[in-house]
Design a protein around this ligand. Sequence first.
Ligand SMILES: [Zn+2]
Length: 470
Amino acid sequence: MSSWEPVIGLEIHVQLKTRTKMFCRCETSFGLEPNTRTCPVCLSHPGALPVANAQAIEWTIKFGLAVGCKVAARALFARKNYFYQDLPKGYQISQFEAPLCVGGHLVVPGPEGEREIRLNRAHLEEDAAKTIHVGGVEGRIVGAEHSLVDFNRGGTPLMEIVTEPDIHSAEEAKRFLQLLRQTVVELGISDAEMEKGTLRCDANISVRPAGASELRTRCELKNMNSFNFIGRGIEAEIERQKKVYASGGEVKQETYDFDAASGTLTAHRSKEEAQDYRYFPEPDLVPYEPGPELIERLKAEIPESPGVRLARLESVLGYETALKLVMGGLDGLYEKLVGEGAEAKAVANVLMNELTAAGIEPAAVNPSELAKVIKERSNMQRAAFTDAIAASGTDSFAAIDFISRGAISDTSELEPLIERILAANPGQVEQYRGGKEGLLGFFVGQVMKETGGKANAKVVSELVRAKLCS
Ligand SMILES: [Zn+2]
């Protein structure tokens, strides 16, 4: 059987965390009493006029600048016409020609090195209201008795990001999305939480014979609400299309939902083409022309991109660990600790496990003191190490208070004990002297056991080795 190459493009909606909605002054909200954050504009009363949210526009431009987009000199809003009960105007205000940001890219680390995924555009639009189906299975429309609409979400600003079809595996799609999420979170423009629906992703998927350059019929995968589901959903769709072609069939352009519990795909409607939406410029909003001062100010606010930091860490720690550090906001401290001479993997482990479990704010930690503790870890009692981590976020934290605490380093105390242990294990002593040097750990372990873990492991192993070689 010939091999197939998946071709994947993503459409991502990021809910911007502005205080108010995109075209009115209603508060944005999550989980409030339904229909309590509404006004004539977001309820689409006749004659109500939209006013664009300047913060949402600036943030979209800021994102664009962070990923190398070209910012439009003159951006337009457009009406996207369709009818649904969650959109009583009969159209959504979006952008079509002249979006705020065009082009750009993200560099995604992967097993075969870094790959550049190009963006087509990033534009701004308003969200529709939320429909709740009552009486059906799991809130689905099929079998529902009636449907309710909550307009609190209607009019919330959404940044839509569309990629070029540059992604070639489910894993790459997941990595791209994780990096994109981290980018918007660090820019401070969205919480981008998939579980809350503030980050949503649809995938356009097709397959083609490996090495071909054609684009075959694509299917759209919708409603995936975790990184894990996205990976599995795309995988399932790729396999489905391969089977269709392998059995001599043709893939039809359709939209699918992925059900994570059963791992199955359900087709739900044929996809509209752009012309079906009859886009035209929104006559109630003036074109937007960002000035050079704004662009310069926004550029100056952009921090070093998480992609660059991820790539730097990945080469040392591997992707999963690097991603956890970057996404956990721990990589800044990681780099400082390694800069103080602590070993990279040990630092990563301490940060992801002990420091996180202790609830220590990374910014509060004095890196040079914590680095000393990490370097001395093998010589410290477990309890002293745990206490040191717990205290590492305080101003008075000093490594020396913990490193020297309670450990038995006194050779006159340790030597008789070591001699007793060697005498009690003549077989192991003989094996060690016969070349089985791994047994050193066994003897050190015995000493630690006898002392209740209080012996200085480094001193013990030096003493044991000296005695066995004598
Ligand atoms: Zn409103």
